[in-house]
Structures are given as structure tokens and as C-alpha cells.
Design a protein around this ligand. Structure first.
Ligand SMILES: [Zn+2]
Length: 171
């Protein structure tokens, strides 16, 4: 946005780093961020994009839900859950036991998103971003986490162990 006038529609993959290492966190992971800024962009557009994404990755019968949250650059901010593909959203498996994947809730958190905070446009006003004229949404998701859910991978660190027996399954 500092170098381009509106409208903006981008998908930005990249590496992220953090001090974390266990079965569901790695010190380096890949994040995909999306940003759309144009006239007449609403939260309904964000929800439509995310619903289409969730159905493309996890199946056409999936639903999503938005929960209010906080991120520094979006207002309002939301956490996005997809209905559980292991139990069909019931929270219970066929044998009557509690689904461990969604912990019995029927929902799985997949990403964070929100509407671009109107105050942010003040920093790029010289590029023609007028909060009275443009609105936008943004989202960010961890690629390995999505792949982990999609393929039932038990440990996030397996993506970086470089064990060919693991990697060749996705060839
Ligand atoms: Zn479930």
C-alpha cells in the first residue's frame, strides 16, 4: 500500500520466526497473508472468500464461523473456525466417543482475519487511501497448520525433518 494506489488484491506467502518448538509450533513456519482493499469491501466479502477457501481445502460441506478477537491492524478482528471434517461438526465420532481433533467442539480454528483498521489508511494517504472511500479485509494463516489438519499429520516438525518417507507422500 506504500507503493501502490488502491485497489489492492494480494496473496503474500513468506517465512515467519518465533521462539516456540513443540508438536504444533516450530521456530520457523510459512504464513500466507491476504489483503483486499477497494471500494465497497465488506465483512461479508471476507466471509465469502474464507468460506470458499475452507470448502476448497476441507470439503464442500464445510461451514465457517467468525469469533470476535483482537489483532493490531484490523478492526473488527475475527478468529475463523471451520466445521470439523472428522466428526462432521457434531463433536462425536461414529463410535460415540469425543472427537479428539476438535476436542468435542465440532469446530477447528484455522486462521485470523479482520477488516483493515481505517486508521491504517492515514499512513498511506499520499497514495490515495481515503478511509471514507476504501475499505478492506486481511487474513493470515499458517500453511503447515492447514496442511497438518488437511492430511492428519500428527507433528508439525515432520514437515522440516526432511525424511523422504514423509515428503514422498505428497509428491
Ligand atoms: Zn470434530
Amino acid at each position: 500500500m506504500e507503493v501502490q494506489e488502491p485497489p489492492v488484491y494480494v496473496i503474500v506467502p513468506g517465512k515467519c520466526y518465533r521462539r516456540d518448538s513443540d508438536a504444533t509450533h516450530t521456530p520457523m513456519f510459512h504464513q500466507v497473508e491476504g489483503l483486499a482493499v477497494d471500494e465497497d469491501i465488506t465483512l461479508a466479502d471476507l466471509k465469502g472468500v474464507l468460506l470458499e477457501f475452507a470448502r476448497a481445502i476441507f470439503g464442500r460441506e464445510r461451514e465457517i464461523r467468525l469469533r470476535s478477537s483482537y489483532f493490531p491492524f484490523t478492526e473488527p478482528s475475527v478468529e475463523v473456525d471451520v466445521s470439523c471434517f472428522a466428526c462432521g461438526g457434531s463433536g462425536t465420532l461414529a463410535d460415540g466417543s469425543r472427537d479428539p481433533l476438535c476436542k468435542g467442539s465440532g469446530w477447528i480454528e484455522i486462521l485470523g482475519a479482520g477488516m483493515v483498521d481505517p486508521n491504517l489508511y492515514g499512513f498511506v494517504a499520499d497514495k490515495g487511501y481515503d478511509p471514507e472511500r476504501v475499505q478492506g479485509f486481511a487474513f493470515g494463516m499458517g500453511i503447515e497448520r492447514i496442511a497438518m489438519l488437511r492430511h492428519g499429520v500428527p507433528d508439525l516438525r515432520m514437515f522440516f525433518d526432511n525424511d523422504l518417507r514423509f515428503l514422498e507422500q505428497f509428491g
